[in-house]
Design a protein around this ligand. Sequence first.
Ligand SMILES: NC(=O)c1ccc[n+]([C@@H]2O[C@H](COP(=O)([O-])OP(=O)(O)OC[C@H]3O[C@@H](n4cnc5c(N)ncnc54)[C@H](OP(=O)(O)O)[C@@H]3O)[C@@H](O)[C@H]2O)c1
Length: 445
Amino acid sequence: MRQILEAIRAGASGDELAALPLPESYRAAVVRRDDVEMFEGLESADKDPRKSLHLQDVAVPELAPDEAYVAVMASSINFNTVWTSIFEPLPTFGFLDRLGKESMWGARHALPYHVVGSDGAGVVLRVGSAVRNWKPGDRVVIHCNYVDDQDPSAHDDSMLAANQRIWGFETNFGGLADLAVVKANQLMPKPAHLSWEESAVNALCNSTSYRMLVSKNGAAMKQGDVVFVWGATGGLGGYACQYVLNGGGTPVGVVSSPDKVELLHELGVDAVIDRKAANYRFWSDEHTQDESEWRRLGKHVRSLVGEDPNIVFEHPGRQTMGASVFICARGGTIVTCAATSGFLIEYDNRHLWMKLKSIKSSHFANYREAWDANKLIGQGRIQPILSAVHPLDDVGEAAFQVHRNLHEGKIGVLCLAPEEGLGIDDPEFRAKVGEDKITLFRRHP
Ligand SMILES: NC(=O)c1ccc[n+]([C@@H]2O[C@H](COP(=O)([O-])OP(=O)(O)OC[C@H]3O[C@@H](n4cnc5c(N)ncnc54)[C@H](OP(=O)(O)O)[C@@H]3O)[C@@H](O)[C@H]2O)c1
């Protein structure tokens, strides 16, 4: 891989890259099948990704005709890597085994190790015989919607495909590695004005937020909508706030520290709630929610923006869903893609039906949505929310930071890229977009 990296840094042509030999093995962040019971009996918060994520050399798998090898310059930590590394809610080896039974190409994935990671930016090294739109040398980012496009169910909205998977979570050979194996229909052009690590952090969370808020498959936000965003400086929320501002809406961001309040103000979000400072306690005990706390939150939102939210951007789940359903405006939409604090949700259905609210589910994004979201990054209209960068050797610590909610925005991981700041191909456009805007989260202490 060193020879490949030198060639990429020297600006080798696609033909030159294609002529370089591929290694037999590569460096990758993995969890091991033998470890799946290592955290038995511990609370989720005590399960430590630093113990379960390992860096090891793994064999380069054979390439299927519709796939590409990508030299990964940088990747990022997503919450799904936290789930994989703490083996919750299930060990991901079950996903790999199921894929393994589907086809001869699927069988490559069922291994004693799982190469994790659902984001990546890098350079195409080889493409399979069926790939038409990409070639060696292309600088790309990778989205994580992994679909078998020969299945008819994949041909309306591909997120509805019967065998839709998330690459690097429900498949092997993910992005937290020096090499990745991806389907050609996961590739998108790398934004020319961004560094490798700034490019690598966007695809998963940016595309998810785009579908949740902008797409007709999500809440289809309109100009003027008030949008309540939980975790507004987190991976999803940091993009969600930008979509609301871009789309002529009013974001109400919720965070949990004064630093994050300040960061949101700098991002242009005026209405901010510090949930810790306000000491919201939506559950009076493990089994009982406190409606007076929902009402207090509703009043808080009205005091900030004068009305109830047309859209509530939900992902914390059990802890917040009762409040989310309550505070949403009559006829509004609660759009949800996750349940970080617990999957079994409880809300008062009277507040939903009597006020004709809807709960809309959303999951990642189809290729078109991911492409359109990536285009906005390329146009400098949505900024990367990279806040910290770790080398691949330190992947366990990076995942630990996300697990413990010690981070803001997105954590980037340098894979082949030896240092930050490389890969910027269009410095003039970068200057036009504005260094300050691009690096807002990175500069924030
Ligand atoms: N379905 C999909 O396609 C999809 C895609 C991406 C992510 N997800 C899921 O969505 C969730 C969030 O992902 P992310 O990348 O945004 O994670 P993240 O970077 O950790 O941000 C989430 C934020 O939510 C807030 N939060 C956490 N627990 C909370 C609670 N109990 N009550 C209120 N706020 C809470 C925290 O912000 P404050 O502490 O500042 O309030 C945190 O920073 C994860 O479960 C992830 O797996 C799903």
